[in-house]
Every structure is written in structure tokens, then in C-alpha cells.
Ligand binder design. Structure first.
Ligand code: ZN
Length: 175
């Protein structure tokens, strides 16, 4: 293990490190938001996700539950599969997952299985969030893997994308 990997796995980020992370976090979250917007144009619930490895995006996906008629086709699930294919490994060590909405129990389970060390999400999900809202699956010390979690990155934009999508659905439904 080299020094860089050691640094990366340190959960106790100092203030400077945290602000640096946040600066980068907004950049990658904006890409995730773009992917969510793409989902909306395809009449999918707008959630986008990217996985970053050594400062490069190696996976970019959005929710495709309707298009694929697949209840597991959440943005995070598709991104994890892409990243594992890219790295030719099921272990996504040294990766960061950015997702516009707090992961659900299924996606949190996949995050744990893939050993992703860091998860950054936008809007909280009071109805299905399994990271901080309803459960704390990514930081539960009883499980064999824990993540460094950062929520609320560009939360307003991430949440607005969902609100606008459901509002326009309702408007169309009334016509
Ligand atoms: Zn999910």
C-alpha cells in the first residue's frame, strides 16, 4: 500500500482536507446532476451518479428503472457495475461515489459489497434514505465495511430536480 492510499483511507480529514474535498465534490456532483437531468428527459425519476477513481470519472449513470423495467436499475447500481467492469474488480477501493439522492437500502447494500470507501450525496431522502435518514447502513460498525459519508452537497439543486419532475408529472396527470 502506498502513502497515497493510506491518506485516502484516513477517515479523519482535517479542515483543509475537508474543504478541498468539498470543492472537488461540487464539481463531480454537478456531473451527477446533469445525468439526473438526462433521466428526467427520458421520463425517469431524476437521480444521477458518478464514480471517481484517482480524480477521474470511471462510471456515470442515471436511474433507468422504467426503460429497463428493472427495479434494481437505480443510478448507483448501474454505476457500481460500470466501475467494477472498468477496474476489472468487484472491490472498488480508492473510489468515491457521488449521487444526487441519498442511497436506498438496496444501493447502500451494493455500496458495502463493493467496499467503496467514500460516498457523497446531495438531497436527503426521508422516505427511503438508508445512509442517514432512516438507517445508517454505511456507518454501522456491526457490518464489515464502513464508508466516509458526506451528505448535503448541492442538496438544493439535487432536490429541486426531483421536485420539478414530480410537479410536472402531476400537472400532466391533471390535463
Ligand atoms: Zn437505490
Amino acid at each position: 500500500m502506498n502513502l497515497e492510499e493510506d491518506d485516502f483511507r484516513d477517515d479523519n480529514i482535517d479542515r483543509d482536507g475537508a474543504s478541498l474535498l468539498l470543492f472537488g465534490a461540487e464539481h463531480f456532483m454537478r456531473r451527477a446532476i446533469e445525468l439526473g437531468q438526462q433521466a428526467a428527459t427520458e421520463d425517469e425519476v431524476p437521480v444521477g451518479a458518478v464514480i471517481v477513481y484517482k480524480h477521474n470519472i470511471i462510471a456515470a449513470a442515471y436511474n433507468q428503472r422504467e426503460n429497463l423495467a428493472d427495479p434494481t436499475a437505480h443510478a448507483e447500481m448501474i454505476a457500481i457495475t460500470q466501475a467494477a467492469a472498468h477496474l476489472k474488480s468487484w472491490r472498488l477501493i480508492d473510489c468515491e461515489l457521488y449521487v444526487t439522492l441519498e442511497p436506498c437500502p438496496m444501493c447502500a447494500g451494493a455500496i458495502l459489497q463493493s467496499r467503496i470507501p467514500r460516498v457523497i450525496y446531495g438531497a436527503a431522502d426521508s422516505k427511503a434514505g438508508a445512509v442517514e435518514s432512516l438507517y445508517h447502513l454505511l456507518t454501522d460498525s456491526r457490518l464489515n465495511h464502513q464508508c466516509d459519508v458526506r451528505g448535503g452537497v448541492l442538496a438544493l439543486e439535487c432536490g429541486q430536480m426531483l421536485t420539478e419532475f414530480f410537479e410536472s408529472k402531476r400537472r400532466l396527470g391533471k390535463k
